[in-house]
Every structure is written in structure tokens, then in C-alpha cells.
Ligand binder design. Structure first.
Ligand code: FES
Ligand SMILES: [Fe+2]
Length: 380
């Protein structure tokens, strides 16, 4: 027995309230989603100047817009006059400016206040000072990442560091040229589960043999239940009779040219805290972004990205999409099965992790440290 009262083989999970308590969710919104780099949208969704998208990041609505100079800008979606939500649509296009529907304050694509009723009679009102409030933006892998922190953490030491910790170096992901791939398919899932259940599930492979029959056919080593993908640089190898990463193991699409021989016929999974999963296979990349909307509900946007020629040529990606779509549904069903029991009195002190899930224990320690909660059984 250890100080936690558990057998040596087992590790404590977070207690049940971390999946059900709105106050803990509020702490996560403030100290995780509103403080870290958050992957908000695919850059190609903002194809030309004036194209916009709104996304919820923590408790804030953020407006992303392509400006005249071609860069993507991000703003708090809040009018500087009396606080009306500026843009209520999820996506769209404006000609040259955003106009507030309340009293018509009007902002350029760079956020500057360009017009307002009677503005000429208020010459002391600064056009930048009363322009939209900016949010930090980075583009990487063809996605728009935003950070609501006043002093954002280094992108390299957070987002890129998570990828390097998994693959060993950044070149390994650069070879997939993710920024130049195109969306072949996007599926949005509405999952009735806390976001951490989805992360924990993604990080382990103990469930693969029971719930993922198609995936374990393609990646036989996953049937052992060890998260082999968490050894630095290791990718799970396709079965010898498998031709591609498809629902029936049939041939996939055109291989991404930069993928090396060592990376070919392998699957790599990466978790980028706090809300991104990246899956690399030779002919496509599957990228999940989670939007936690409530303590017990998470929207997951999942993109299947292929070479331009594959998408433009109208090639049939359905067998390739179907494999991970099934995996997603199997995973999210499992998460939804856990969510109701998180409020059971039996789970008040949490459950246990087996040794192959120790990295989930590290994720819990990281989270507790960020939000400042205690979770060790002995401490509670
Ligand atoms: S609240 Fe936007 S113009 Fe008045
Ligand atoms: Fe799974």
C-alpha cells in the first residue's frame, strides 16, 4: 500500500467532482482555456479579406477575421460602446467592416473604430483605443491559434513542445506539410461528457481491444492495450496485410511526399494540451479540436486533411474517413458512459489508473497544478 491507500500497481484519478462541479469548470476556463494557446479554426476557413469566424474560448467569444494585408486577426467579440456582441453568426464574410447592430459603431478588419453616429463631434475618441480589443494569434499547421492571456506563454515552449515531447523533434511533423493539406471532411460531434474524459480516453490504449475492432485490425499492436504511441518517436505499425489506414484495411490515398520510409505505414498520435489531438498517417492527418462548453458537454470538431490533389480531384475518401469516424464514436460513447457516474457517491474520491496509464496521472497532476486543486486521496 502507498500513502494514497492504493496498491502499488494503481494510481489515483481525479475525484468525481472534477468532472461535475461547475466551479472547477470555471477555474479551468480561466486558468486553462483562457490562459493557454487554443486552436480555434482552420486558416482556410478565412479564405479572403473580410471572411470571419467566431469561436468560444473559455467564457469569451472571439472574432477571427482575415484582414486586408492577408493576416488573420483575432478580437474579443464585444462592442466597445455598450458591449453588444458584435458578430452573432458562426461564420461569414463582410465587405470591409464589422458594424454593431445596436448603435452602428463600425470597426475595420484591423479592429480600428472607423465610424460611429456623430463620431465627428467626438474628436477626442481614439480610433485604436476604442477599436476592438486584440487577442494574440499564431498560425501553425494551417490552423489559427489564439491566446487570451495578456502575456501569452511562448508558443514554442507550449504547443510545439508538446509535439516535440511526443515525436522527438519538430521536423517529424513538418514532413506531413499539414499547413498545405486541405479539409476532405469535417465532422462535428456533440459529446455529453467533460473534456478531460475525452483527453484521458485519447491518451490510453487499454480500451482499444474492447471498443475498437476496426482500429486494432489495422494496428495490431493496439490490441495489447499498451499506449505504444507514447514512447517518444514511436508510431504504431500497420498490420502486414493492411494496405492503408482505412476502415477495411484497403488502400488509402496518395502518400504525403515528405513522409519518410520510417514514418510510412505507421500511425502517430499526439496530444497538444489543452484541446488538440493530432493523428498522423502516411496519406492524411486527422486533427481534433475540443470546445468545452459546459462541465458535462464538449463539442469536438474533427478534420480529415488530405493532399490538395486528392480533395480537388474528388477522390473517394470515405473508407479512410470511416475508420476514424467509427473510432471517434466508439470513444465518445465510452466517455458518455462515464460522465453520469462521475457524480456517483462511489466515485467521490475517484477511480484508479493501471500502470500503462501513468501518463494520464501526469496529465491530472499538470491540471491540478494549473487550477490549484488537490486531488490525492490521502489529502482529501
Ligand atoms: S453597443 Fe455596439 S454600437 Fe452600441
Ligand atoms: Fe479510443
Amino acid at each position: 500500500m502507498t500513502t494514497t491507500g492504493l496498491p502499488e500497481s494503481l494510481i489515483a484519478t481525479l475525484p468525481g467532482d472534477h468532472y461535475t462541479d461547475p466551479e472547477i469548470f470555471r477555474l479551468e476556463q480561466e486558468r486553462v482555456f483562457e490562459s493557454m494557446w487554443f486552436c480555434a479554426a482552420r486558416a482556410s476557413e478565412l479564405a479572403k479579406p473580410g471572411a470571419f469566424r467566431t469561436v468560444d474560448v473559455g467564457r469569451e467569444s472571439v472574432l477571427l477575421a482575415r484582414s486586408r494585408d492577408g493576416s488573420v486577426r483575432a478580437f474579443f467579440n464585444v462592442c466597445r460602446h455598450r458591449g453588444a456582441r458584435l458578430c452573432t453568426q458562426e461564420s461569414g464574410e463582410v465587405k470591409r467592416a464589422f458594424q454593431c447592430p445596436y448603435h452602428a459603431w463600425t470597426y475595420g478588419l484591423d479592429g480600428k473604430l472607423v465610424a460611429a453616429p456623430n463620431l465627428t463631434k467626438m474628436p477626442d475618441v481614439g480610433r485604436t483605443e476604442y477599436g476592438l480589443a486584440s487577442v494574440a494569434v499564431r498560425e501553425w499547421l494551417g490552423y489559427v491559434w489564439v491566446c487570451l492571456a495578456e502575456d501569452p506563454p511562448s508558443f514554442e515552449e507550449s504547443v510545439i513542445a508538446d509535439v516535440v515531447a511526443r515525436l522527438g523533434d519538430v521536423e517529424s511533423i513538418e514532413r506531413y506539410e499539414v499547413e498545405s493539406l486541405e479539409i476532405g471532411r469535417r465532422i462535428v460531434y456533440d459529446v455529453k461528457a467533460n473534456w478531460k474524459l475525452i483527453i484521458e480516453n485519447f491518451m490510453e490504449c487499454y480500451h482499444c481491444a474492447t471498443i475498437h475492432p476496426e482500429l486494432t485490425e489495422v494496428l495490431p499492436e493496439f490490441a495489447d492495450g499498451y499506449a505504444a504511441q507514447y514512447y517518444v518517436g514511436h508510431g504504431a505499425e500497420f498490420g502486414s496485410d493492411v494496405q492503408g489506414f482505412t476502415v477495411d484495411g484497403s488502400q488509402g490515398l496518395d502518400r504525403i511526399p515528405g513522409v519518410t520510409e520510417e514514418q510510412d505505414r505507421r500511425y502517430y498520435a499526439i496530444t497538444v494540451r489543452p484541446q488538440v489531438f493530432i493523428n498522423l498517417v502516411p496519406d492524411h492527418v486527422i486533427l481534433h479540436r475540443m470546445f468545452p462548453v459546459a462541465v458535462d458537454r464538449t463539442i469536438v470538431e474533427c478534420d480529415w486533411l488530405y493532399l490538395k490533389g486528392v480533395v480537388a480531384g474528388g477522390r473517394d475518401v470515405s473508407r479512410s474517413v470511416e475508420l476514424f469516424d467509427r473510432v471517434n464514436r466508439q470513444d465518445f460513447d465510452a466517455c458518455e458512459r462515464c460522465q453520469p457516474a462521475m457524480s456517483s457517491r462511489l466515485y467521490a474520491k475517484g477511480g484508479v489508473l493501471v500502470p500503462s496509464e501513468h501518463h494520464i496521472g501526469e496529465f491530472h497532476a499538470w491540471l491540478r497544478d494549473r487550477i490549484g486543486t488537490r486531488a490525492n486521496r490521502a489529502e482529501r
